[in-house]
Design a protein. Structure first.
Length: 270
């Protein structure tokens, strides 16, 4: 499984880097929108929306919402940033509450669908905004999320003893969280150094450190929130489009939670 994950992850990473470095903002927004449409179809499955036509309709409605957001260039406005942060604060509180229960509370399908209609457009807005500020910010986001994921996997396998959220995801450990945080900060430092060598105007380490920690913690919340949805739906993966990883949501669950937090922080200093 690890070998298959690596084989799939390498071309995915290359495609992501090329999209960030090469595509104009409209092309980036369109490519990201396609990813969100696939994610919406999977979200409908996690919400027990039966039948392919109903799931496709949900995805198309979300696609229409993304078109409206792009048409009115909502990503360039400040108004969505604070509600986005408050949304993920509320989700974090829900995840923490569920992690303490042996049997998580079951959410009605309509609430899960509504959450998807908030979460996915919000993530799209955040990543389009980050890309509009310059490729450095999307590179930083990917470095933090990927570092947290890789570090948690390696340190969790080697040193993991204490469960982080046994009621949601028994395999995650406190030690894994610590290792993920360290790896994320290391990769963020590398990206910051590369940006400095390229002559970019960058934030100070004193600004970056607390923001990076917060982004990593929210990436874990995103991972756990999707795990909750999968547990409730009674499925292991959101899909099967990515060998070794599962579905699109299985790959971007941490990203969609982390992006609004980093975007809000960047908009604040902007």
């Amino acid at each position: 499984m690890l070998r298959q994950r690596v084989i799939t992850a390498i071309p995915l990473a290359l495609v992501a880097v090329l999209a960030i470095a090469v595509l104009p903002l409209a092309g980036f927004a369109l490519a990201l929108g396609v990813v969100m449409l696939i994610g919406a179809h999977e979200w409908a499955r996690l919400s027990d929306l039966g039948g392919a036509p109903a799931r496709l309709f949900f995805a198309l409605v979300l696609g229409g919402a993304l078109l409206l957001l792009w048409h009115y260039r909502v990503d360039g406005r400040m108004g969505w940033a604070l509600p986005g942060v408050l949304w993920w604060l509320a989700v974090s509180m829900w995840v923490v509450a569920q992690a303490r229960r042996q049997q998580p509370v079951m959410l009605p399908a309509v609430l899960r669908l509504a959450a998807g209609m908030i979460t996915l457009p919000l993530a799209w807005l955040a990543m389009v905004r980050l890309q509009s500020e310059g490729p450095f910010w999307m590179a930083l986001l990917l470095a933090l999320v990927a570092g947290a994921d890789i570090g948690a996997y390696l340190s969790g396998r080697r040193y993991g003893r204490r469960p982080l959220a046994p009621g949601i995801s028994p395999g995650k450990t406190v030690e894994g969280l610590g290792g993920g945080l360290v790896m994320a900060l290391v990769l963020a430092t590398v990206v910051l150094a590369a940006g400095g060598r390229a002559g970019l105007a960058l934030p100070s380490v004193a600004w970056l450190l607390p923001v990076a920690v917060l982004v990593v913690l929210l990436s874990v919340v995103g991972d756990l929130a999707e795990s909750l949805l999968k547990r409730q739906a009674g499925i292991k993966d959101s899909g099967a489009i990515l060998p070794g990883h599962g579905g699109i949501l299985d790959r971007i669950d941490a990203l969609i939670a982390a992006a609004p937090i980093l975007a809000a922080a960047v908009m604040r200093i902007g």
